[in-house]
Design a protein around this ligand. Structure first.
Ligand SMILES: C[S@@+](CC[C@H](N)C(=O)[O-])C[C@H]1O[C@@H](n2cnc3c(N)ncnc32)[C@H](O)[C@@H]1O
Length: 454
């Protein structure tokens, strides 16, 4: 059953239970999408913007927001053909509601008459009943002229591919033989992937437990602990989730720990750690006790690291700090292993965060690359001679990946590339890259840098 249909059914069940003051889910989604124009991500908006949404409607609101964000550049183009006089800026919520209507008609299995009626009704939830005629007229005309409108809208590459032109060009240049597969994968619903806590159970035992609970799942190739579910489900409903037997993590992200080659007694720095997905994985896979310090610049996000480690049953030093200016006790020691999972464009995880296509701009990339270079330069001295640093991004763009690492290698800082000999992903020289959709994974880049011993 597709996630969209699940969300829809949840919403239908909840409808009777929606209380006074609780928002219509389509109106709530329109308001959230309108706020997206202010630059905050959907994940951030969901944290604060769901207060008035009935519990049973949350799935539908998220599905509408993610779905519209995923297809927004195409929905905008269709809307341009349907709405002759552009709406005022302050009525961006009505524009978002039109996109929500079109998204339901194109991508969700809600009967057209129900989608139309509910979307028109939502104008009242937005306090703009004057717009009901407009929304009704636009959606009805779309239903009548759908094929012609789509052909016309799809003349624009940006609309047909639902990616901004700068990103299409960047991906085409970076991946001349694969960019179309990447764009296609980016526009699909992501699978829900898990990582089994190997300190508490085995993948085979956890798969058996899922089987007993009639939850369809299979192992993720190239990983020791990865499982992909046939259908997404709430994390809390997973067997022994609260007991820390399993975490939500993409298979591509799970490749990090194996590359770091941890040994008992190692002192380990996770320098951009929040929300702690890889921190937990490092501790789960270490072959013996290690002393791990998790650092992040964002104190709020460090709370998530603490929560994750508590649930998994691990302890680590957790410090707020700027990896581009290492100061404080964590910066006064040398480490055997460093994971540098730097802030990046996140162009490898667009299928999970489709709003990235709307929030990122072409000129963010050089700025991000400059930050990454500063972090790499500043953290390198904290690596022990004989130690290993893993540079990682969830970007698909060479500026943040192989060019960044090549530049560092050529700086004469004593770094040596350790080749990654693997069956997953693609060699990028230097480093290795997974692409979205391949072996269930998101797009991750990895490069291993050694500091020769004295
Ligand atoms: C890609 S995320 C890390 C994901 C994390 N490793 C995981 O697997 O869950 C990048 C992180 O870098 C942090 N960050 C950004 N600039 C930083 C800096 N100058 N110093 C330390 N952390 C930074 C961000 O707050 C963000 O949490």
């Amino acid at each position: 059953m597709p996630a969209s249909w699940t969300g829809c059914c949840l919403a239908e069940q909840a409808r009777g239970a929606r209380g006074a003051g609780q928002h219509d889910p389509r109106a709530a989604a329109a308001q959230l999408l309108f706020q997206l124009t202010g630059g905050k991500s959907l994940s951030m908006l969901f944290e604060t913007g769901m207060g008035n949404v009935a519990r049973g409607d949350i799935g539908l609101v998220k599905e509408l927001c993610f779905g519209v964000a995923r297809w927004q550049l195409r929905l905008e183009q269709v809307t341009r053909l349907l709405v002759r006089k552009p709406l005022k800026k302050k009525d961006g919520d009505i524009l978002a509601l039109i996109h929500i209507g079109l998204y339901q008609l194109l991508h969700m299995r809600i009967p057209a008459h129900a989608a139309l009626a509910e979307t028109v009704n939502a104008t009242r939830g937005l306090g703009k009943p004057w717009a009901s005629g407009l929304v009704n007229g636009v959606l009805r005309r779309f239903l009548r002229e759908r094929e012609r409108l789509l052909v016309e809208a799809d003349r624009s590459d940006q609309a047909r591919l639902a990616h901004p032109a700068w990103l299409v060009e960047g991906l085409r240049n970076a991946w001349p033989d694969r960019w179309q597969d990447v764009l296609e994968a980016n526009n699909l619903h992501p699978p829900m992937s898990l990582r089994v806590n190997l300190k508490k159970t085995t993948r085979a035992d956890y798969l058996a437990m899922l089987g007993e609970a009639s939850i369809g799942a299979s192992p993720i190739p190239h990983t020791d602990a990865g499982i992909v579910l046939d259908q997404p489900m709430p994390a809390d409903a997973l067997p022994n989730f609260r007991e820390g037997q399993v975490s939500i993590q993409d298979g591509g992200a799970q490749l990090a720990a194996g590359l770091l080659d941890l040994q008992p007694g190692h002192r380990v720095l996770d320098a951009c750690a929040a929300p702690g997905g890889k921190t937990g994985q490092l501790l789960e896979t270490a072959p013996g006790p290690v002393e791990l310090t998790a650092v992040d610049i964002d104190e709020r996000r460090l709370k998530r690291v603490r929560e994750n480690l508590d649930r998994l049953g691990f302890r680590a030093g957790i410090r707020a700090g700027d990896a581009s200016r290492p100061i404080g006790d964590w910066a006064e020691t040398l480490y055997d292993r460093i994971l540098l999972d730097v802030p990046c464009s996140a162009t490898g995880v667009i299928r999970r965060h489709p709003d990235i296509k709307l929030l990122r701009r072409a000129d963010d990339i050089p700025a991000l690359a400059a930050t990454q270079a500063r972090i790499l330069d500043a953290i390198w001295p904290l690596l022990k001679p004989g130690g290993l640093l893993l540079y990682a991004t969830c970007s698909l763009l060479p500026e943040e990946n192989q060019r960044q690492v090549s530049r560092f290698l050529s700086k004469g800082r004593g770094a040596r590339l350790r080749p990654i000999d693997a069956a997953w992903g693609h060699p990028t020289d230097p480093g290795r890259q997974t692409l979205p959709g391949e072996s269930t994974m998101d797009g991750f880049y990895y490069a291993c840098l050694e500091k020769p011993g004295q």
